[in-house]
Design a protein around this ligand. Structure first.
Ligand code: GLC
Length: 529
């Protein structure tokens, strides 16, 4: 990749919207497309460049849209195609790109393709899904497990075979070995690209291809009682198969008439396996999501090691990316605390590569406690519910936090009267204002947007690194601990000035040699070079 003319997505900041929880416009307590249009000015003010919408296609909502029953439609809950077109138009007019979630690994069991497939063994679409005869004892064909718990095979009594579902039984896996399946899904991608969409986030892409011999997965020797049941086996034959890379290259090729379209892949794998998804000669995904910050131990040495290992593992020309959270994971501000969430913001927006923010991170939103009777996520039944990170965006301190005129589908954060966008907008020291200063700085600074990453040190609680481009050098120093500390710059002293400080009260302060950091404080420094 040529850094003189980077692709739009290399310098972009991406913002994930969970449509159900962003803004309701029709008073049903669930967010919708018109609501998102209304809130586009927020994204402009925040300084992001692209929005990614979690699924908006027709769905029975067994997994809140990740069970698609029509790949080229809009669910009436969110609006209609005219609303979608209006959203794309308004976003583009505001210089915001639009990225859709695409869920090709499985459809809903209500998708007409699956209804046809299960109708009979002779159905022309039988092979569009993964059907197998029972084992000799009548049980499932092998030991494969569902990520959401229980077996991955469901028996269809009418036709006497089992079908495979990596997630819910209501989410049968499509058979990606069938060329007609591939063609149909590529055509769906082109449908959206023709409507002006700028790219896709592709759901569970490392699951697309499963073993053609249906071999049993081996037991996981590290499995301990109490771990999620899915972890009892190593998913050797059900995920991350080498053949997936050929399919992804083919997918990329299928949309090559849209050369600026971005493909991001959702992939939870160790870094050395993850980077294979850039593909041979970078013919795979532009951005295999890098989730390593989501679970990283929040200590200087561990973070530095993680960043250094990721940077070292990237293929030549492969563009990095960073993520703090999403609709499946506990919110970062709950995991590491509100004070450290500011350092997380600095990391996300100053490391090398494309950052993706999850809605609410910009105000330091925390997990919301969900009582069992309020739970909506199907995973809640197994105790691993994801509702707590999917609650409505608190816009202001008014009724229903400005999210809706009606009772929202999930409870609001109990502290929404204080912690909301409107309050933080007025407070120069808020995390929201920090995010805005960081996105603005990133836009101005080539060192931050496209420059090199240079590790410096992880000493005690302090993590220091540099970003450099031509004559510009930026230093980032983060105090990950709760004690004040002095940072001495071992690389020959440092002079310059603070561009951004995490607490919003040191911007512009000159730096000469060492710098004192308060508890939990992070700074971004323009170095005199
Ligand atoms: C992805 C989605 C998650 C969904 C699962 C099954 O991991 O992010 O929300 O439940 O795929 O589609």
């Amino acid at each position: 990749m040529n850094m003189d003319t980077p692709h739009w997505w290399q310098t972009a900041v991406i913002y994930q919207i969970y449509p159900r929880s962003f803004q309701d416009s029709n008073g049903d307590g669930v967010g919708d497309l018109r609501g998102i249009i209304r809130r586009l000015p927020h994204l402009v003010e925040l300084g992001v460049d692209a929005l990614w919408l979690s699924p908006i296609s027709p769905s029975p909502m067994a997994d809140f849209g990740y069970d698609v029953s029509d790949y080229t439609g809009v669910d009436p809950l969110f609006g209609d195609m005219a609303d979608f077109d209006a959203l794309v138009e308004a976003a583009h007019a505001a210089n915001l790109r639009v990225i859709l979630d695409f869920v090709p690994n499985h459809s809903s069991d209500r998708h007409p393709w699956f209804i046809e497939s299960r109708a009979s063994r002779d159905s022309p679409r039988r092979d569009w899904y993964i059907w197998r005869d029972p084992a000799p004892d009548g049980g499932p064909p092998n030991n494969w497990l569902s990520v959401f718990g229980g077996g991955a095979w469901d028996f269809d009594a009418a036709t006497g075979q089992y079908y495979y579902h990596a997630f819910l039984a209501a989410q049968p896996d499509l058979n990606w070995r069938n060329p007609q399946v591939r063609a149909a899904l590529y055509e769906a991608m082109r449908f959206w690209l023709r409507r002006g969409v700028d790219g896709f986030r592709i759901d569970v892409i490392w699951h697309l291809i499963k073993d053609d011999q249906f071999r049993d997965n081996p037991p996981n020797p590290d499995f301990k009682p109490g771990d999620p049941p899915y972890h009892a086996l190593i998913p050797l034959y059900t995920a991350d198969r080498d053949e997936a890379h050929e399919v992804i290259a083919e997918m990329r090729d299928a949309i090559k008439s849209f050369p600026e379209a971005l493909l991001i892949g959702e992939i939870y794998l160790p870094v050395e396996r993850l980077v294979a998804y850039y593909g041979r000669d970078l013919a795979g995904l532009h951005l295999p999501f890098n989730f390593s910050l989501i679970g990283a131990p929040w200590r200087a040495a561990a973070l530095k090691k993680m960043v250094d290992e990721y940077e070292a593992a990237l293929p030549k020309g492969g563009w990095p990316n960073w993520v703090l959270g999403n609709h499946d994971k506990p919110r970062i501000a709950s995991r590491i605390g509100r004070a450290q969430a500011r350092n997380a913001a600095i990391l996300l927006l100053t490391l090398r590569g494309t950052p993706t923010l999850y809605y609410g991170e910009e105000i330091g939103m925390t997990q919301v406690e969900i009582a069992p009777e309020q739970a909506r996520d199907p995973c809640a039944r197994s105790g691993s519910g994801r509702d707590g990170c999917r609650t409505p965006m608190p816009w202001d301190g008014g009724p229903h936090a400005g999210f809706s005129d009606a009772e929202p589908w999930l409870p609001l954060a109990p502290d929404f009267k204080q912690e909301n966008v409107a309050n933080q907008r007025d407070d120069a020291t808020s995390i929201y204002r920090l995010y805005r200063r960081l996105t603005a700085l990133r836009r101005q600074s080539k060192a931050l947007s496209i420059g090199a990453y240079r590790p410096v040190a992880a000493t005690g609680d302090v993590f220091v690194f540099l970003r450099e481009f031509d004559g510009e050098r930026i230093a980032v120093a983060l105090n990950l601990g709760a004690e004040a500390t002095a940072v001495s710059f071992r690389f020959g002293g440092l002079t310059g000035r603070i561009l951004v400080s995490s607490m919003g009260d040191r911007d512009g302060e000159p730096v000469d040699g060492d710098i004192d950091l308060r508890p939990n404080e992070g700074v971004v420094i323009a170095c005199a070079v």
